[in-house]
Design a protein around this ligand. Structure first.
Ligand code: FES
Length: 106
């Protein structure tokens, strides 16, 4: 499967042959600018991404805990998600996301 990621500079990066379990891990393991500081336990918000609208309805809805964390990240939008909560499955082949500015290392 592949995932398409726009980085904070608007550059499109295609991630292929992913073995990561979550979107956060796939992005981080590819060396893109995503902190993922808490490792996926929903306590940091530094894995914030924007989901391409075409893919929004394909995802499981955010849990209450994820929604609460998203409430405290900068620049939350209607298509905001924590990438550590998105499990990569074949159904998401071609998933397209944009890294939030506040997700990167400064
Ligand atoms: S990695 Fe910390 S909330 Fe996702």
């Amino acid at each position: 499967m592949k995932v398409l990621v726009y980085d904070q500079d608007g550059k499109l990066v295609e991630l292929n042959e992913l073995s990561s379990q979550t979107l956060m891990e796939a992005i981080r393991d590819a060396g893109l600018n995503l902190t993922g500081q808490c490792g996926g336990c929903m306590s940091c918000g530094t894995c914030h991404v924007y989901i391409d609208h075409r893919w929004w309805t394909e995802l499981e809805p955010a849990s209450e805990t994820e929604d609460a964390m998203l409430d405290v990240v900068e620049d939350r939008r209607e298509n905001s998600r924590l990438s550590c909560q998105i499990k990569l499955t074949e159904e998401l082949d071609g998933l397209t996301v944009t890294l939030a500015l506040n997700s990167g290392f400064v």
